[in-house]
Design a protein around this ligand. Structure first.
Ligand code: SF4
Length: 273
């Protein structure tokens, strides 16, 4: 198996070198391993560079992504959530490879990837084929629905800049403040602005702080105050299913509280609620 040299200057150079190596390997019809190739994928109108652990080119022109992970495969099975995350990651590589394959004669990208993990907590590797068709289709749809970055930039107020090299801390703070946010608790695990956006959401009394699923259930009730007022019967359309559900839940709660036996002072102290 040949292992071509993929070094080149800059990400564009490495992407071009990878594409050339893939074309040469496919034309040669020989087993080839590309060690840490660099691929490009357009996300929201901008190129994003991706580096799979390896890509194998088979003699029949098939290209297979190889993903190497550190979590163990015990008795042939690995943690399902970790395998799922690896499959989603590999599906993005498959999409990026398909762009190169589309302009390479005789090439086709496998919709299954090779997942390599330590075997039974040892230093020995073991591998399993993972079907990523579903993850690829989902990612493809999500990428197609993304708003282009230039469209987002065009909607920013005049003169707003996030250039950390040129702008002062005060200017950057003001720039962040003038952009609306879509905070959700999931942001805490993914975004450096999460605490800032959470603070703004709390100041606005927004129901987004309770999670996206709760937000979805509440329909047109966008603040915690409006939710409480609707539950108390002070606001809201009684025909609205969310308002009706809130009033029903409040009535059930009151009913349960009234029928519950009175607690002794000792129970009140010990109760963890
Ligand atoms: S925390 Fe990040 S992802 Fe979440 S709303 Fe703020 S900027 Fe957007």
């Amino acid at each position: 198996m040949s292992v071509p040299e993929l070094a080149a200057a800059g990400p564009e150079g490495r992407v071009a070198r990878t594409a050339l190596a893939l074309r040469e390997a496919t034309a040669a019809g020989a087993w080839t391993l590309l060690d840490h190739p660099l691929l490009a994928l357009e996300v929201a109108g901008s190129p994003v560079y991706l580096e799979p652990d390896a890509v194998v080119v088979r003699p029949d022109g098939g290209w297979t992504v190889v993903e190497i992970k550190s979590f163990p495969m015990v008795d042939g099975a690995a943690d399902a959530s970790k395998v799922g995350a690896a499959a989603r990651q590999a599906a993005v590589y498959v999409l990026a490879l398909e762009r190169v394959a589309a302009v390479t004669e005789g090439a086709r990208v496998a919709r299954s990837v090779l997942l390599v993990c330590p075997k039974d907590f040892s230093n020995l590797p073991t591998a399993s084929v993972v079907d990523v068709r579903k993850q690829r289709a989902v990612t493809r749809r999500q990428l197609d629905r993304l708003t282009r970055i230039d469209e987002i930039a065009a909607a920013l107020p005049e003169g707003v800049s996030f250039d950390v090299a040129e702008r002062s801390a005060e200017e950057l703070t003001a720039a962040v403040e003038c952009v609306p946010h879509q905070y959700a608790p999931e942001c805490l695990a993914a975004c450096e602005l999460a605490f800032h956006c959470r603070s703004r959401a709390r100041q606005a009394d927004a129901v987004e702080t309770l999670g996206r699923s709760v937000r979805g259930e509440l329909g047109g009730l966008t603040t915690v105050g409006a939710v409480l007022a609707a539950a108390r019967g002070e606001e809201g359309d009684p025909e609205d299913p969310a308002v009706a559900a809130l009033r029903r839940a409040r009535a059930l709660r009151q009913e349960a509280l009234e029928s519950a036996p009175a607690r002794t002072p000792r129970e009140q102290v010990e109760c963890p609620c």
